[in-house]
Design a protein around this ligand. Sequence first.
Ligand SMILES: *Cc1c(COP(=O)(O)O)cnc(C)c1O
Length: 453
Amino acid sequence: MKEELDVFNRIAQALLEDEQKEPVLTPIPIEEVYNRLDLRLEENGIDEKRFEKALKDLVLNTPRTTTNHFFNQLFGGRNGKATLGELLVVLLNNSMYTYKVGGPMIAMEKELIRNIGLLAGYGENAFGTIATGGSMTNYMAMIMARDQYDLNIRLDGVKRDLVMYTSQECHYSIKKNAAFGGIGRSNVRYIATNEKGEMLVEALEQQIQKDKAEGKAPFFINATIGTTVLGAIDPLRDIAEVAKRHGIWLHADAAFYGSFIFSKKNNHLADALELTDSFSMNAHKMLSTPITCSFILAKNKKAFYDSFNSDADYLFQGNGDDWNPGKVSFQCGRRNDALKFWCLWKSVGTSGLGRMVDNEIYLANTARDYIRNHPDYTLHNFDDSITVCFNYKGIPADKLCDALYESKELMVGYGRFREVEFVRFVTVNSSNTKEDILHFFTTLEKIASRIEI
Ligand SMILES: *Cc1c(COP(=O)(O)O)cnc(C)c1O
């Protein structure tokens, strides 16, 4: 392994240097990718030199998501401590299903979940696990809700007309999950939103009443805390009242904004999580932890066991259920996605995580101020969001984003709300500064002046 570590250091060093020089790479056209890079697999092995070059070329030609020119997704930045944790995970290669194999890593993961539960207002008894991403943690929540509605579903399958509720602006995983879980995509009710993209609670109430009157079985409400495009926050307190009145499981998809629980200044943006039955939260979004690090927590520990426990004598040997998290997991082998986040949290403390989150709000406000002070821009979303959606001089958003990418200046994407398409500028990289935000706009204006409309 020593030799490979040397190779790692050489390639990593080259990458770090290159990222400084070229924060945005020229994309390799798909039709050229197999010719430009040494990717083809062969019958016989190759020598070390060619191997290192092939690997290095592959790495150095991969899009750069960690630089301060990347605003394309709901993740960004590279946190040194979190990356260190991730590298060690690979060396250790544990699996997080039993104490026997995971050892103190199981205790470390439990400590993360316990603290997240406390910050979210779930109390000491919160229970949870880490899965492969927000799509999966949302799925686990939906399955728990389904089984708690009727435990027989686990044996007999879905026999009733189950229906579930989410807003029109929800993440697309909700729809897929409905299909996977035997609910059916057409039994998802997409509740209308207001002009900010927040779920209309009266519309939710009406739809539930209508479904009940028709003999359907409402079992799951998903409230989105930070919608993927606008960053809108569904009114959780009011939704919780509806859920309680009708006895429906309430899940908060806080994959994007769950990290606001760490902030003292801005924790109102993840308000009322304590009223939910479950919530999901991605540390790989606002907290710059390497992909993926997604938590699912529920108040009712039994719901996890009811849905995910299965005996396996060859695997679960001793130590009791609480120390064998494989019993509440979708997966069998499960990678250690906890250590990277623990390294970050341990080193900067809860207040340090809060400062990261607060800085992202500051960066978004900086962007909004800029837009409001420059009449060539139109702003499409609202205060508090850390996605900033806008148009510039009426230039089609896709055209503008493509031009920025092709000119190797910035990576930023576009989104749509109702009929309007706009640039979606995401300020989730907490290592960015005000200068990076202003640089974004001056660069955009420079490139836009070269586009013919
Ligand atoms: C990102 C996101 C998800 C999906 O999370 P993945 O980890 O990418 O699967 C779900 N819901 C919301 C609101 C998100 O922003």
